[in-house]
Design a binder for this molecule. Structure first.
Ligand code: HSE
Length: 296
């Protein structure tokens, strides 16, 4: 079988709605092979064992774009990234499925082509680009193409993901956003997104803290997540560099200095007093992106 490993991602990073994202060292593995006929899907919930499976849909789409076909397919999931959690689980299926098509047919991966196919499935590139390439990415779609820049940040930073025991689909979390934004809010976000990208690339903590603020989505979505605003405040008061809603949520992402590891304990204690059950994962920036391995 072919093994495809795709990292979790955190999108938006505060002000960079639909354009900033980063990859984390938490992974979904997918195993795929061509079989004589039919579709066999293992290792996931019953509701995903059918032709609407996002990995399968993405793989088929890529095969069609590559003018290729398969007789049948076996797909095995080994997932660690929570579903509908704001950590890019859908993007792992999209990128994994597309890479699966290239790998099964022995076609050399072309990142631009992968992203061109991926953006027809998910039309905002802030998860799909870091899922494919790793690192921190700024990405935009112009006409038919995804344009991006990739960079990394200070090795002294860690990323603390706090995930509550609720699910929030991206579609639902997009529906509640206002259709228009004011010029004032537009300037607020665009200036901070630009500053944040530069500040992250240089590891400038003071500028990251100021830049990582948002007027487009967090104030609306945060209201759907119990204790969201209080947790952000608690993290800040206890030395975190910044924190923000990861993608469309409900996960909260904290950027912290590794040397401020006392924050882990403080957070555990604080979260145990909250209304929902929260899971904390201390992660690192993943710099290499998705990988394909032949494993027979
Ligand atoms: N940027 C998207 C959103 C999520 O906030 O709705 C990830 O693509």
């Amino acid at each position: 079988m072919i093994k495809i490993t795709v990292p979790a991602t955190s999108a938006n990073l505060g002000p960079g709605f639909d354009c900033l994202g980063l990859a984390l060292d938490l992974y979904n593995d997918f195993y795929v092979e061509e079989i004589d006929e039919g579709l066999v899907i293992e290792g996931c919930l019953e509701e995903f064992k059918n032709e609407n499976n996002l990995f399968y849909v993405s793989l088929k789409k890529a095969l069609s774009e590559l003018n290729e076909a398969v007789k049948g397919l076996k797909i095995v999931f080994d997932s660690r990234i929570p579903l509908k959690g704001g950590l890019g689980s859908s993007a792992t299926c999209i990128i994994g499925g597309i890479l699966g098509a290239f790998a099964i047919k022995g076609i050399e991966v072309d990142n631009d082509k992968v992203l061109k196919i991926a953006k027809t499935i998910e039309n905002h590139p802030d998860n799909i680009v870091p899922a494919l390439l790793g690192g921190i990415t700024v990405a935009v779609i112009e006409d038919d193409k995804v344009y991006y820049e990739k960079f990394t940040t200070s090795e002294s930073f860690e990323f603390i993901a706090l995930s509550p025991d609720i699910e929030l689909s991206t579609e639902e979390a997009r529906r509640i956003l206002p259709k228009n934004i004011s010029l004032v809010d537009g300037v607020y976000n665009v200036s901070r997104a630009a500053l944040l990208a530069m500040a992250l690339s240089k590891g400038n903590k003071e500028n990251i803290a100021v830049a990582c603020n948002d007027k487009f989505h967090q104030n609306y979505r945060g209201q759907l997540i119990p204790d969201f605003f209080e947790i952000l405040k608690f993290a800040k008061e206890n030395g975190a560099i910044t924190s923000f809603l990861s993608g469309a949520g409900p996960t909260i992402m904290i950027i912290n200095e590794k040397e401020n590891s006392i924050l882990h304990e403080k957070l555990e204690k604080y979260l145990s007093t909250c209304e929902r059950k929260w899971k904390m994962s201390v992660l690192n920036l993943e710099k290499d992106g998705a990988k394909i391995n032949n494993c027979k």
